[in-house]
Write a protein that binds this ligand. Sequence first.
Ligand code: 5GP
Length: 164
Amino acid sequence: SDVRENLTYEKFGGAIRDLAQTIADDGYEPDIVVSIARGGVFVAGGLAYALDCKNIHLVNVEFYTGVGTTLEMPVMLAPVPNAIDFSGKKVLITDDVADTGKTLKLVHDFCVDHVAEVRSAVIYEKSHSLVKCEYVWKRTDEWINFPWSVEPPVVRREGQVLDA
Ligand code: 5GP
């Protein structure tokens, strides 16, 4: 279908507060937020402030190589976090969307052996996702436009060099 779920930066702000409130009401107090770059970094920053958690880690995962084209399986790129960092900690994994769920599963399985507890929070979860996240702001099966990736990267303009 050509219907799109459109997330704006304005809606994103409310979504993060709602998601954080749900996590707080559930009594989950993460020691570490682990964000999946790049979309999950926006979610991690917002949730970490709202949940008063000062410890954010980041993992880089490569899966989508183009529009609708993926590798067979997602892969975690170096550097991967040290297992020592996670030992005995309550972890919250964040991403923008669980679509196939393969990316979240990879990071979840990496964390789960080393930590006290691990849960996941996403803005969106699709119904076919193979992982069911504990915290989801909205369920949809549409393609989602995120405010950080809906526009192409900026390109350098001529005549914009600033004098020192
Ligand atoms: P998964 O491993 O769950 O299939 O995909 C996770 C990643 O794929 C997301 O973090 C996101 O970068 C990308 N992705 C999956 N579905 C969508 C979508 O509907 N819209 C956008 N913009 N990206 C998506």
